[in-house]
Design a protein around this ligand. Structure first.
Ligand SMILES: Cc1cc2nc3c(=O)[nH]c(=O)nc-3n(C[C@H](O)[C@H](O)[C@H](O)COP(=O)(O)OP(=O)(O)OC[C@H]3O[C@@H](n4cnc5c(N)ncnc54)[C@H](O)[C@@H]3O)c2cc1C
Length: 452
């Protein structure tokens, strides 16, 4: 019987398990899924219990299977939810959907003589040799398998860098915005600084608005740019052929800009042009030389993220209202100092040469998950890197791997045993963190593991 251990029970690990059982057919397979969070199948994104945390992709496109993007929307209807295919549904409902798929896969496995077992544990080490893989867990138990899938997902963000990092040990500094302490330990009336102005910041602000927080909220990033807002619009035809062979990012940008102007002249929204790039983004990225990727990462990725990772209109309406009421202030600048002062944080930052200061009671770090695997706070990752079992990709945006997820070890050869998917492939594929990519990767990975 083929044996696969999957480490991480977020969307990536869950869908890999589901696809393994689904595609195994009459072949018997043993799938072990290890997850150290209580809310299995949900991960960081869909483990939220808060209704105001919405999906940033319309329901009609969030299906778990690449050949059936509307699967989630039909599941909603079957459960009595009345959301339209265009609706931005609470993420916790999507978590429920993933859990249901996992339960169904476990039942299917049981009926067909396979197994799908879930371990509420932390994987702490992996040893591989010709005979197979041994995954060690914090509880002391071990899992033996032929293949291991690393579905790590999102790690807590790095601490914002300032001259003196002592602030990181203060009680009201929250490194991880997804930790429920954030909402328990910040008192009503506290002034809050959120570092980062992306979708995580939006999530945190929506929660405070919902509970009627009376303190002021400041959010800062280098440029102070907010995610763009989703808008339903007709599609734009693919112009992938014009991008073929381009190996300079500035040439790619020039073509995209021209299409945005042409679309505007036809009354078509820029978002449709950006969305039309989705099927070819990974190909464009893989074609770029490393220097061009670095240039993009440093100078253009911020703009890409704003245009690509958009917020639902409902969220934007709340943000606009809070800004108009003076309850939320978006700042631009670089943090210079964060010092403790009478139990509060004295924060200084520079904005285009001008120094500014503010004092707050709490700081929440929303700068985005740590992608440099040499720095992530995970015992397993540290051990695997120290043992040269895995290595960072050249851009330190994830792990070195082939585009189909085989991890590359110190000898530069793709591993026969270890694979990954999702966020850890960001450096290799760029577009690799959202559901449309994850469902395709989970499906393809399952088929490959079954075929090998
Ligand atoms: C707040 C937020 C909102 C998002 N919203 C959307 C959205 O609306 N639509 C969309 O398409 N995408 C969204 N995304 C993108 C998101 O990254 C993916 O959709 C998806 O949730 C990623 O799943 P994952 O399994 O790869 O990672 P994660 O959800 O991070 O799950 C990884 C899991 O692995 C576990 N793990 C890690 N190491 C170990 C170990 N050693 N032992 C045991 N378990 C371990 C972790 O506990 C975690 O539960 C969002 C992301 C975030 C952070």
């Amino acid at each position: 019987m083929k044996r696969v251990t999957i480490i991480g029970g977020g969307a990536s690990g869950t869908l890999t398990a589901v696809n393994l059982i689904k595609h195994a057919g009459t072949e018997k397979i043993r799938v072990d899924l290890v997850e150290d969070r209580a809310r299995l199948g949900r991960g960081v994104a869909y483990g939220t219990t808060l209704s105001e945390h919405l999906l940033n992709v319309p329901a009609g496109r969030m299906g778990a299977f690449p050949d059936d993007p509307s699967h989630f929307h039909r599941w909603l209807a079957g459960r009595g939810y009345s959301h339209s295919a265009e609706a931005f549904v609470p993420r916790k409902i999507f978590g429920e959907y993933l859990s249901t798929l996992l339960d169904e896969a476990a039942a299917l496995a049981h009926a067909s003589g396979s197994t799908l077992d879930v371990y509420d544990d932390e994987a702490t080490d992996i040893h591989t040799d010709e005979s197979g893989c041994v995954v060690r867990m914090a509880s002391g138990s071990k899992l033996l398998s032929d293949k291991v899938v690393l579905a790590f997902g999102n790690f807590p963000p790095p601490d914002p860098f300032v001259a003196d990092m002592a602030y990181t040990s203060a009680d009201k500094y929250f490194r991880d915005p997804w930790n429920s302490r954030v909402y328990r330990e910040i008192a009503d009336g506290d002034d809050i600084l959120i570092v980062g102005t992306g979708l995580s910041m939006i999530d945190v602000v929506l929660r405070y608005e919902r509970i009627g927080h009376s303190g002021r909220i400041f959010a800062i990033s280098t440029r102070g740019l907010l995610p763009a807002v989703h808008k339903a619009c007709p599609g734009y035809p693919s112009f992938a052929d014009e991008l073929e062979g381009l190996t300079r990012i500035t040439d790619v940008v020039r073509v995209v800009r021209r299409h945005i102007s042409e679309a505007a002249a036809l009354g078509i929204d820029w978002r449709a042009v950006i969305d039309s790039l989705r099927p070819v983004t990974q190909t464009i990225w893989q074609r770029l030389p490393i220097a061009e990727k670095r240039y993009f990462k440093q100078h253009l990725s911020r703009h890409w993220n704003i245009a690509r990772h958009r917020m639902p209109p409902e969220a934007a309406a709340v943000i606009d209202r809070l800004r108009a009421d003076g309850k939320l202030t978006i700042l631009s600048g670089r943090l210079k100092r964060i010092d403790r002062s009478n139990g509060r944080f004295a924060v200084s930052f520079s904005d285009r040469g001008r120094y500014e200061a503010l004092t707050v009671d709490a700081i929440i770090n929303c700068i985005g998950s740590e992608t440099d695997f040499s720095k992530v706070a995970s015992r397993l990752v540290r051990r695997l890197i120290a043992a040269d079992t895995i290595r960072c990709d050249e851009l330190r945006m994830g792990l070195d791997a082939t585009p189909d997820g085989r991890l590359i070890g110190p000898d530069g050869r793709p591993s026969e045993r270890l694979s990954t998917l999702g966020t850890s492939l960001k450096g290799i594929l760029w577009e690799s963190t959202a559901m449309p990519e994850i469902r395709s990767q989970a499906n393809a990975l399952a088929l490959r593991l079954l075929a090998e």
